[in-house]
Design a protein around this ligand. Structure first.
Ligand code: 3AM
Length: 510
């Protein structure tokens, strides 16, 4: 019998037992009254006892029932600590990790599996898991991982990598586990600062530390942004998108007519100041043709307005969702992204949230990495990171197994983007976040569903990105010399794809 029924029967059973006992006693009393009138007194006593027992039990039963109802009501009430505690994931991570997970949810736009345009011929993309699924620890688990055949491919000669040593001012200082302070380091817009938070719960109240670092990051932010009124400088034209962070608008600079994108980030959310400082610092200090360029930033009321170059082709995620990419186009996107990653890694910066949503396209075929809120600046003193940040489906195994990690986590994530470009979605998209973490940390290199439909070079390229051993995984510089990448089409070949994706989306809208 199902447990719920069982529980119900228990209650009934206990109740029936009592009734039964009461009936037994009554039965005996009836018999006694027939045999002797002297027993009538005894009958009266027994009846009184039975009545008292029954009243007492009823009182006991209803008191318990009332307690259960009251407890249930208390727990569901909005002020109840249980009701407000939310998913347990953040609580079980170190503070930095919890922030990262939380941010990652917000950073990941909830992909929409809209109807497929008939001409796009993209294979049916499975309904993506909602962004909130990362925290749904108790959700039903699906059975089994992807069982498709492993991709067999030739192994091209691995190019040798040259080490890079350029180190800019750290975004965060001090080693993990020690108390870290966020302190603006003077100077205005051209000055970098360190901005960190405690990872040690033993040194004072976490809450106080968080408040302090948030305040200090806000102070840093005030020094980084420009003064003046952006509303007087830019004319807003349309809202491009909305996310947990805030909104992105398309605007023009009134004086020059230059198109820009303005990302308006609410500073009221926990750790948003930290993310904003990170994003501005990475964008300001690291300019490259494969990174979305920083233009300016302002504080407007309780928002950071981050003005950046406008990417008129939308995101790679849109193209993947709406179209089917040919191998030459996948290779072209790969080359451009790897150039961006090679640049970042040469500056000792790890992006930590590489996914198709954060790769933006221009109608001219340009491909640029965006969204640097989770980026980490490595230093000579701190050449590895440990925080579990990113977006689950794209996160490298070493992050889930809590090993110290370096820039190669971005290569794994890009390998997942490669799988998105081939299959329309990252591996394990329909699984719960807990299953995904298990599969990534112990399941080995994710398998293509139909490996024989792809060339040997493409399969090998993905294998080199998705090597579970970080040391054996290729670097961006090495991958740029992989035959799959060197055979890429020119970026202009991406334009028809981007136009088609935009057309399909527009058709659906109207
Ligand atoms: O919601 P979708 O994916 O259409 O691509 C980004 C996303 O669009 C877009 O803003 C939305 C919310 O993040 N976006 C972000 N930065 C952008 C930029 N610099 C941008 N679009 C154009 N240029």
């Amino acid at each position: 019998m199902p447990s719920s029924s069982g529980r119900y029967s228990d209650v009934s059973g206990r109740y029936s037992d009592v009734s039964g006992r009461y009936c037994d006693v009554s039965g005996r009393i009836t018999a006694l009254s027939r045999s002797s009138s002297a027993a009538q007194a005894m009958e009266g006593v027994c009846a009184a006892v039975c009545t008292a027992f029954s009243v007492a039990y009823s009182g006991y039963f209803f008191t318990h029932l009332a307690r259960h109802i009251a407890r249930a009501w208390r727990e569901s009430a909005p002020w109840s600590s249980k009701a407000t505690s939310g998913p347990s994931l953040a609580a079980c991570l170190p503070e930095e990790e919890a922030k990262g997970e939380e941010v990652a949810h917000q950073a990941a736009p909830a992909a929409t599996a809209g109807p497929q345009h008939p001409a796009s011929s993209r294979r049916a993309v499975p309904a993506p898991a909602p962004a909130a699924s990362v925290g749904e620890e108790e959700a039903e688990e699906e059975e089994g991982a992807n069982e498709s055949a492993p991709a067999v491919s030739p192994e091209p000669e691995r190019p040798t990598s040259s080490s890079t040593s350029s180190v800019l001012a750290p975004a965060r200082a001090a080693a993990a586990g020690s108390e870290e302070a966020c302190s603006p380091q003077a100077g205005n817009s051209s000055t970098s600062s360190s901005c960190t938070w405690s990872t040690s719960s033993s040194s004072g109240s976490r809450e106080q530390l968080r408040e302090r670092t948030e305040d200090e990051c806000l102070a840093t932010l005030r020094m980084l942004v420009s003064e003046g009124d952006p509303e007087a400088k830019y004319t807003e034209l349309e809202t491009i998108g909305k996310g947990g962070f805030g909104t992105v608008c398309m605007a023009v600079e009134t004086a020059t007519g230059e198109e820009v994108a303005i990302k308006k980030i609410s500073l009221l959310q926990e750790s948003s100041n930290e993310l904003c400082v990170n994003e501005i610092q990475v964008m300001r200090h690291h300019k490259n043709g494969n990174l979305v360029n920083y233009v300016d930033s302002y504080l407007v009321d309780e928002e950071l307005w981050l003005v950046m170059e406008y990417m008129d082709g939308g995101s790679l995620h849109d193209v993947i969702r709406e179209t089917r990419m040919a191998e030459g186009e996948i290779a072209a996107v790969s080359r451009e992204c790897l150039q961006g990653l090679d640049f970042l890694h040469s500056k000792q910066v790890i992006h930590r949230d590489i996914k198709s949503h954060n790769i933006l396209l221009g109608l001219d075929g340009s491909v640029k990495l965006a969204d640097f809120g989770l980026a980490a600046q490595l230093t000579a003193e701190r050449s590895k990171r440990r925080s579990a940040v990113g977006t689950t489906y794209w996160m490298a195994p070493e992050i889930f197994t809590s090993k110290p990690y370096g820039p190669k986590v971005d290569i794994w994530s890009f390998g997942i983007v490669g799988m998105e470009m081939v299959e329309g979605a990252p591996p394990y998209l329909m699984k719960t976040s807990r299953t995904v973490r298990q599969l990534i940390s112990s399941g080995g290199t994710p398998k293509l569903q139909n490996p024989r439909q792809q060339s040997a070079w493409l399969r090998d390229f993905l294998r080199c990105c998705l090597e579970t051993d970080e040391d054996r995984r290729w670097s961006a510089q090495e991958l740029l010399q992989h035959p799959f990448v060197t055979s890429a089409k020119p970026t202009s070949s991406l334009t028809p794809l981007i136009v088609a994706a935009q057309q399909f989306m527009a058709d659906r809208r109207y």
